[in-house]
Design a protein around this ligand. Structure first.
Ligand code: HEC
Ligand code: HEC
Length: 254
């Protein structure tokens, strides 16, 4: 059973081996000399695993979740790794990680193996779901939760903060679709809040026909026909084939 995990978690690890071992201790300034080479508390990985392979796993965990060794292990940032108590199970994240390791094993070993014409090089890893963050969630879900709990101002700030921090990484999708989607959902409870979200989106995508069209719909729902017409016209100016905006213009002019 334990050997199987090595097989099913291993394809990424194999590729990571090209990188020198010193670098493998992700982010933590350390060489493997500082690390134990005998392990006393392995419950998922095989007990006789060699140091290099174990550290490769630890590196895929750290990078996959965007965290440091100290997130899961007892030790302080800046402290020498030789002073860490890696065998301790005191940190909850370490126990959760064991659950995740077994889950990944089940996905790759029990379920994906049932896929016909399976591409065996394509396996689920921590990063498949986590994409560099410890709590894997899609951007609209994060924002919708902030909106429900804290309102529109907090939602707008949250988006700005996340964009500053994660834009260009693979953690969240900052394409225009997500905020349009959110504005759509929010419009059920508040047209003003939906407009605030579209204005935020417009800041980053000023030449989007879709955003102008949606702004037009919000203004129309608020009975601001002139304002709506201006937005629909702008949408068509940007993208002449925008059918829905064209139809709205005809309705409003006719
Ligand atoms: C996301 C959580 C997580 C991160 C981050 C992490 N580890 Fe681990 N580590 C674990 C888990 C879980 C085990 C136990 C695996 C098992 O039970 O088979 C473990 C086991 C170990 C062990 C073996 C301890 C023993 O004696 O049993 C060492 C050494 C270790 N990790 C080093 C590191 C280093 C160095 C880093 C930073 C590069 C790191 N880990 C990052 C979760 C993590
Ligand atoms: C199929 C998707 C998926 C994969 C693959 C996956 N995880 Fe997770 N992970 C989740 C989800 C969803 C949660 C949030 C669970 C919750 O809400 O408590 C989570 C939570 C966690 C947490 C707790 C985070 C926290 O902030 O409390 C850790 C640690 C973790 N995962 C580690 C890993 C590691 C290490 C791997 C690779 C061995 C992995 N996960 C693979 C989906 C996944």
């Amino acid at each position: 059973m334990k050997i199987e995990i090595v097989l099913h978690l291993s394809s990424r690890v194999g590729r990571a081996c090209l990188i020198t071992t010193a670098l493998l201790v992700a982010g933590n300034q350390a060489s493997t000399a500082q690390l134990p080479d005998e392990f006393t508390n392995l419950k998922v990985l095989p007990e006789d695993i060699d140091q290099r392979t174990l550290i490769n796993y630890m590196r895929t965990f750290s990078i996959g979740l965007g965290v440091r060794c100290s997130t899961c292990h007892v030790g302080e940032e800046g402290q020498d790794l030789s002073e860490y108590d890696f065998a301790s199970d005191d940190k909850e994240m370490k126990e959760t990680t064991r659950v995740m390791m077994r889950m990944v094993q089940a996905i790759n070993g029990d379920h994906l193996t049932e896929v016909e014409n399976r591409d065996e090089s394509n396996e689920v890893t921590c990063a498949t779901c986590h994409r560099g963050v410890s709590t894997p969630r899609m951007l609209p879900d994060v924002l919708a939760q902030v909106y429900t709990e804290e309102g529109i101002d907090a939602t707008v700030s949250q988006y700005r903060e996340m964009r500053d921090r994660y834009y260009g990484s693979y953690s969240y999708d900052f394409g225009e679709g997500n905020l349009n989607e959110l504005a759509n959902t929010v419009s059920n409870s508040s047209l003003d809040d939906a407009m605030a979200i579209l204005q935020l989106n417009d800041e980053f995508f000023p030449n989007s026909a879709g955003i102008h069209y949606l702004m037009g719909e919000v203004l129309l729902a608020k009975d601001d026909r002139d304002g709506a017409l201006a937005k629909f016209r702008r949408a068509v100016e940007i993208w002449p084939q925008h059918r829905n905006a064209q139809r709205r213009i005809q309705e409003l002019e006719g």
